[in-house]
Unconditional design. Structure first.
Length: 75
């Protein structure tokens, strides 16, 4: 999700995720914190898809951690 947010991924990933400000116009806590909209799924198989796991996992991380540079997470 960091690489997607920084536009480092290939263009084939452009349609995978959408920011919450593209979904609705009003300010919510989720939108202000820079979270992504995750698609509604109906099966356990859907919960394993990258389009669901990526935004869901990013939503669980604190805003301070989301803003750290990528090299902070490498060995």
């Amino acid at each position: 999700m960091y690489k997607y947010n920084a536009d480092i991924l290939p263009s084939s990933f452009n349609s995978f995720f959408s920011k919450l400000h593209c979904i609705h116009d009003y300010a919510t806590r989720q939108q202000v914190s820079g979270n992504y909209h995750y698609k509604r799924v109906r099966t356990n198989y859907g919960k394993k898809m990258l389009q669901y796991i990526g935004p869901f996992a990013r939503g669980c991380i604190s805003y301070k951690t989301k803003m750290l540079p990528l090299h902070m997470f490498s060995y």
